[in-house]
Design a protein. Structure first.
Length: 80
């Protein structure tokens, strides 16, 4: 999976877990869309409308993963 439309990371400024998620995805050679809620009001509204109040939240397709959970990311991405 390398389609950035299928992986979306809601992140923020000065967020170590957000940086860890993005670094992990990049290390796996995956493209993703980064929606920074501190720089983009619309992204923040989207995240709230989805029912989340904290970051990072990573969507792999329809599956949402809160925080930096390497194992959940691996499973959602189909990595072995």
């Amino acid at each position: 999976m390398s389609n950035s439309d299928q992986i979306v990371v809601y992140s923020g400024v000065r967020c170590p877990d957000c940086d860890a998620v993005k670094r992990y995805l990049t290390e796996q050679g995956l493209q993703f869309t980064d929606k920074n809620i501190h720089k983009d009001r619309a992204s923040r509204q989207e995240l709230i409308a989805l029912g989340f109040k904290s970051i990072p939240v990573t969507f792999v397709g329809d599956e949402a993963i809160q925080g930096f959970d390497r194992e959940k990311l691996r499973q959602a991405l189909g990595l072995t």
